[in-house]
Design a protein around this ligand. Structure first.
Ligand code: SF4
Ligand code: SF4
Length: 203
């Protein structure tokens, strides 16, 4: 019976005089490895608001809402840091490959869960004929740039790109027409696939 007690005593004395094995966080900042997966961060220069990352988020830390009543209509993408598990799915499946990145920021503890969410807004592009959702304006411009000369076969992409040069945002809802029939001028409007198909069949 005495032998185990002596061994425990020896271990306790050895531990007291040994250097510490744990870090001194939070007194001393903890330095993480270079490729550490921490808090996801949007890069608004390259994020186009397509929502692909929302579809692959396993915990629904990323959610998306299209607000058609807003002026102009917008897509809101919300990232909740309190439910993110830093899996990296959003980064690995990002359409532009650099729209969202995992930083090495990891100390996200807090008491207010509502303060742990951030929302980004992207202007929506609606069909100029029927008002249906096409996508975000940034997404169309990205497609134009990605396709290069091939984009010249798609007037909607050309017009979306030229819309970047406008100083005043255009309210598509004012121009959207319903049950007007197809007109030749419709070829030079931003159309959803359904309206484009109808136009090509009728004219
Ligand atoms: S890292 Fe994973 S859990 Fe966090 S937002 Fe991206 S996909 Fe969702
Ligand atoms: S997939 Fe990439 S580009 Fe699309 S919304 Fe997410 S971060 Fe932005």
């Amino acid at each position: 019976m005495r032998l185990p007690k002596l061994r425990e005593l020896k271990e306790a004395v050895t531990a007291v005089f040994s250097p510490r094995f744990t870090t001194r966080f939070p007194a001393v900042p903890c330095v993480v490895p270079e490729r550490y997966r921490g808090k996801p961060e949007f890069d608004l220069d390259t994020c186009i608001g397509c929502g692909a990352c929302v579809n692959v988020c396993p915990t629904e830390a990323l959610t998306q809402t299209d607000v058609f009543q807003a002026d102009p209509p917008v897509r809101k993408i919300t990232l909740r840091h309190d439910t993110c598990i830093f899996c990296g799915n959003c980064r690995d499946n990002c359409t532009t490959e650099t729209g969202i990145k995992l930083s090495n920021e990891w100390d996200l503890a807090g008491l207010d869960r509502e303060a742990m969410a951030e929302t980004q807004e992207f202007e929506l592009q609606l069909c100029e004929k029927c008002g249906a959702l096409i996508g975000t304006k940034k997404h169309l411009v990205w497609l134009y740039e990605k396709l290069g000369p091939l984009a010249y076969t798609n007037p909607s992409l050309l017009i979306a790109k030229s819309g970047e040069l406008l100083t005043e945002p255009q309210d598509v809802r004012k121009h959207a027409q319903k049950d007007e029939g197809s007109q030749t001028g419709d070829f030079m409007r931003i159309l959803c696939p359904k309206c484009k198909c109808e136009l090509n069949i009728r004219l």
